[in-house]
Write a protein of this length. Structure first.
Length: 319
């Protein structure tokens, strides 16, 4: 393999190994230390922020819920405060701390040069599926992550499934592993195997594995009886694909068609698909009937109620 050599800009030839090895002068003011960040300290830092990237409400809710429910794990990625005392990295974490009203441990860098803010977080962020593949040996990490998020969206309407972290995804996979593993083996990533349909089938699978497998086969390959739930759903997904359906609604419709298939019921029009969700929940013990992510915890519910007014009041990060 060949490639072009990289040449130094004019004048850099004078740079010596000694100068390269020395700590840059502007870095000598920085200090890093672990700190228990309290809601009071986080509030103090937030008041210093005059401009920031657009704030993500779902991300703040996710972090705050982690803090409330004990999912939050300390990591060495620091909050950064510049030489003027302005918080330049860690706005979401500080906001979550205030919303959750919980302290958290973090590495904090103080005294950073002002211009450091221009180059923070420009690299590609590591996704939960990356961590699952790298540290938990999941070969189908992307697919499993998508299915867990899909089940979360079906069973829990508050919040944003896209913000689930590694621990939550592992928790969801453990709860619904039989159905998820079956879907990964059964479906490819075509339209029929799209997440809203596949996640619904993964959730439904333990209720009647053989019948759900038959339903999935007919959904994939077609069948002679166009009046079955599988064929009705297949026609809706393929032939009526131009009519966009909300993803959760499509999942609930999938559950209703699957319920009708199990019962040998002919179905032409789906009404009240939420009833099918209740039907399939019955196959699980109470603690697994919904992939709760905050709803069962009063503190986390309060977090959700406080996110929007907090963001709206702050205003500055949307500048």
């Amino acid at each position: 393999m060949t490639g072009k050599s990289i040449t130094s800009p004019k004048g850099d030839d004078a740079m010596t190994k000694k100068s390269v090895s020395e700590v840059p002068a502007e870095w000598q003011t920085m200090k890093a230390q672990p700190m228990l960040v309290t809601p009071e300290k986080a509030t103090e830092w937030l008041k210093t922020v005059h401009t920031n990237r657009r704030l993500s409400e779902p991300r703040i809710m996710s972090m705050a819920t982690d803090m409330v429910r004990g999912y939050w794990r300390a990591n060495p990625q620091p909050l950064i405060v510049n030489c003027d005392g302005t918080l330049i990295d860690g706005y979401h974490r500080a906001s979550a701390c205030v919303l959750a009203d919980r302290p958290f441990w973090a590495m904090v860098v103080v005294g950073a040069p002002r211009k450091v803010a221009e180059v923070i977080d420009l690299g590609r962020a590591r996704r939960p599926s990356d961590a699952l593949r790298m540290f938990h040996g999941m070969d189908n990490a992307e697919r499993i992550t998508a299915l867990v998020r899909g089940i979360h969206k079906i069973t829990y309407t508050v919040g944003n499934s896209a913000t689930l972290g590694v621990d939550q995804i592992l928790d969801g996979y453990k709860r619904y592993q039989d159905g998820i593993d079956w879907v990964v083996a059964k479906f490819t990533k075509n339209r029929i195997g799209a997440v809203p349909v596949a996640a619904a089938l993964a959730f439904a699978y333990p209720t009647a594995p053989e019948r759900i497998d038959e339903f999935a086969s007919e959904l994939k390959d077609g069948g002679p009886d166009i009046s079955t739930g599988a064929q009705m759903l297949r026609r809706m997904v393929y032939e009526d694909g131009k009519h966009r359906v909300d993803t959760r609604n499509l999942s609930l419709r999938t559950l209703r068609y699957a319920q009708a298939y199990i019962a040998g019921e002919e179905i032409k029009l789906v009404r009240n698909p939420e009833t099918a969700l209740e039907y399939f929940k019955a196959a699980y013990p109470p603690e697994q009937q919904a992939f709760y992510y905050g709803r069962t915890d009063q503190g986390a519910s309060l977090v959700y109620d406080r996110v929007r007014p907090f963001v709206k009041a702050s205003g500055r990060p949307r500048a």
